[in-house]
Design a protein. Structure first.
Lengths: 228, 292
């Protein structure tokens, strides 16, 4: 579904941050992306959610070669990708409901349809009583769940999450991972970037390990937490 | 032109708070320049219409008896000329009043050889060949000089033309400055909302949809500023018109536009709003093209 072949990435005239990155994400797969700070995780995530084009190499999204895609074709592909940012990046002046509704409204969904879907999803992530709260009044875990709901409201084919458990406590972290695994089981290809090796072991999914700009694929193991 | 709009920007942004005021000041200056240009045009039109419908004939002759004879002959010729409604000899007192700024108050029946002045009024719409008439007057009365004000009127028209050009130049500069200010304001707005725009892009928003959020915002700024500027300018014009009326008939009062002819001022806020919106749209679209 998504493939990277010999991808290299540099900013301006600087050195390569990512070198010869090759991997493929099959439909319905779940991967962790791990690596020390400065290994290039954020840059790889930006390539995965189409914030940047690579400096070299072949990138294929949903059967389309990124190099030949015109700028005008990018929004259509981006709508198939959900992104959860570590720092949430919610619109502070909008309510939880309005934040989550944005992707649907972007696609021109009808008002009633938007209301139904958003209410249902916010209930699913346990925020049915916080729908009309603004982000400033939400806890870290609640903000993260709003961000996740916004990322998955239009049922993306690919979900990319950058340190989704970085700002929440252990209990919330576990709940969020359950959420990601459930989404993956429902058919969403998922990539979760994390520093937390215990989280990786608990799920037992394959790992894309970045080290000094190079990538290595490690097969998944048996989940430590049988709940997954 | 409008299409679907998704307002993802906060309604208030401190960096843009002053923009309507700046647009207002610019439109105030623009309105005054435009009104000034039109007023000069209208004033000259009505003033020159007055001047072309009359002219004067002087009989310059030292000998009073000879001057009186020449005046009679000139009057007969003038009355016989088609297109002339009236030809009246100004009383000595009136001529002395006209000369008083230069010669001071002089008594009537003084010894000064003051020329006779004939005020000639043309029939409405009539045209008289003043060069030919001047020639005929000189033949009839050797001391006759026809003054149809052409020489100095041409200078005044030239001066007025230069002033009109200057005002038009001011107007163009004000409009260009407004465009530049909107571009700066818009860039500041883009910088402020960079992260929101990036998120919208990543969610799959097209450039058109993002720029429409700015369209609506800048349309409102332009409309607010436009209304402010035009209302201020209308107030100033009203005060000037009132002053001109109190000063009586003259070039200034003749130049003041009629209140009904100022209705076009109502269109200026719309013009300002459209100009601001289109400038913002082009600025935002160009900036968005630089993003992936």
């Amino acid at each position: 579904m998504i493939s990277f072949e010999n991808v290299g990435m540099r900013y301006g005239m600087g050195g390569e941050i990512l070198t010869d990155i090759s991997f493929a994400l099959e439909r319905r797969s779940f991967h962790f992306l791990v690596g020390a700070s400065g290994a290039g995780k954020t840059t790889l995530l930006k390539l995965l959610y189409l914030a940047h084009r690579p400096s070299r190499g072949l990138v294929n999204f949903f059967g389309k070669d990124l190099a030949t895609l015109e700028r005008g074709a990018l929004p259509r592909i981006r709508r198939r990708i959900g992104v959860v940012f570590q720092d949430f990046r919610l619109f502070e002046h909008l309510t939880a409901f309005e934040n989550v509704a944005l992707p649907l409204r972007l696609q021109g969904a009808k008002k009633a349809q938007v209301a139904d879907h958003v209410e249902e999803l916010l209930s699913w992530v346990g925020l049915d009583d916080r729908m009309h709260a603004r982000p400033a009044t939400l806890s870290g875990g609640e903000k993260q769940r709003v961000a996740i709901a916004r990322a998955i409201i239009n049922k993306p084919d690919l979900l990319v999450a950058d340190e989704p458990t970085g700002n929440v406590d252990a209990e919330m972290s576990k709940r969020l991972m359950h959420l990601f695994v459930s989404l993956n089981k429902e058919g969403t290809t998922t990539v979760v970037a994390t520093h937390d090796e215990s989280l990786v072991r608990s799920v037992g999914a394959p790992v894309l390990r970045l080290e000094k700009g190079h990538i290595e694929l490690q097969p998944g193991g048996t989940p430590v937490d049988p709940g997954y | 032109m409008w299409g679907r709009t998704l307002q993802f920007l906060p309604t208030k942004s401190l960096r843009e708070g002053l923009l309507p005021w700046v647009i207002g000041v610019m439109l105030f200056l623009c309105t005054l320049s435009l009104t000034g240009t039109l007023a000069i045009g209208k004033g000259l039109e009505s003033w020159s219409a007055g001047l072309t419908s009359n002219f004067s004939v002087q009989i310059v002759e030292k000998n009073a008896h000879e001057r009186a004879l020449q005046t009679d002959r000139a009057l007969r010729l003038l009355h016989a000329t088609p297109g002339i409604a009236s030809a009246t000899v100004l009383a000595e007192a009136e001529i002395l009043a006209l000369l008083s700024p230069w010669l001071g108050d002089l008594p009537i029946n003084n010894d000064l050889p003051i020329p006779t002045l004939i005020d000639v009024t043309l029939t409405e719409g009539a045209r008289v060949n003043t060069d030919a008439l001047a020639e005929r007057l000189r033949t009839t009365a050797a001391g006759a000089q026809l003054d149809d004000h052409q020489a100095w009127m041409a200078q005044i028209l030239d001066l007025a033309g230069v002033v009109q050009l200057l005002l038009a130049g001011v107007m163009v500069m004000v409009v260009l400055s407004t465009v530049a200010i909107v571009i700066f304001g818009c860039r500041a707005g883009l910088a402020t909302h960079q992260e929101s725009i990036e998120i919208m892009h990543l969610m799959g928003a097209e450039d058109k949809l993002i720029s429409k959020a700015f369209d609506a915002r800048y349309l409102a700024h332009g409309l607010k500023g436009g209304l402010l500027g035009v209302l201020l300018a209308a107030g100033v014009l009203w005060l000037l018109a009132d002053l001109a009326v109190k000063m009586g008939q003259g070039l200034i009062s003749a130049s003041m536009p009629e209140p009904s002819s100022l209705l076009w001022l109502a269109l200026l806020p719309l013009f300002a709003a459209l100009l601001t919106m289109l400038t913002a749209r082009i600025t935002v679209r160009k900036a968005l093209l630089e993003m992936m």
